[in-house]
Design a protein around this ligand. Sequence first.
Ligand SMILES: [Zn+2]
Length: 312
Amino acid sequence: MSLSRRNFLVATTGAAMAPASSLLGFETTKQARDTEKDASIVSGSRIVDIHVHFDDKKANYIDEFLKVSDRLNLTALMLTPFANRKVVAEAARRNPKQIIPFGFVDLDASDVVQQVEELHNLGYRGLGELEFVKKPYNDPSYLPVYELADRYGWIVLFHTGIVLRQKFDEPEDVASGRMRPIHLEEIARRFPRITVLGAHCGNPEYEWAAEIARWNSNVFFDLSGSTLTKMHGRLSDFKRIFWWSGQPQDSKTPGNDTSAFVKIVFGSDTDLAGIEGVMGQYHAMFEACDVPERTRKMIMGGTLSKLLGLPD
Ligand SMILES: [Zn+2]
């Protein structure tokens, strides 16, 4: 429902600027870097994009996605409206390395628990993007959904921070304050088997998002949305937000990585044509913040590959 707005943002802010050849970040030597510079595809490890919205308005969406997936060696957490659950479950069965089905449910629906059980039976691996909630994420009425997700050991992607306005001339029961990153802390602590992913790093509450990720091994954030565009000229600010690199760690990290940036994961939240542009934005942030190669690899797919048990 919000795709057109997302696309608008990406299309009008120059996000699609870097070619794939400049996005690598997976090389270990300078020589490798030079060799790869002209490659037309991203080589090396699999990229996992945690934020790909299934678009039910495009009849060929799955085929189009698979082409992008082949070209970029990219696996998607495909965020799927409940109504489209069967199409995407079937596509995931046929393409298990490329499509990981995630169910987008309305936490306020009276039958949400049954919906989640059905998604589990269909082979879904998690939920998301949860958003547009009527109450804060930690409201007790939502706990039965989290209890189920915890039992399944699922990954759950939550929208965090500022949210678009869909209607300008009618009342709308939508408020960003219900989706603040601080609410994810309680969910992560009460349900330690859930991996909590926060979209948009709490925009603009980046510090809260980062600190919650620092103290909770099961919390990660993506930098999709307008953040990397807004911060374009000051990307090194992220070093002050993710400040604890090399410090004694307050929680376990994937691969015991000591870079604070390992709490970030790659998510594009754009249409298929825009994914490479967002990869370019991540790459620019990596360069501005001197993110180590090893950590870049974790961000771009290593962390999720391990969580999902994907092949390289
Ligand atoms: Zn979102």
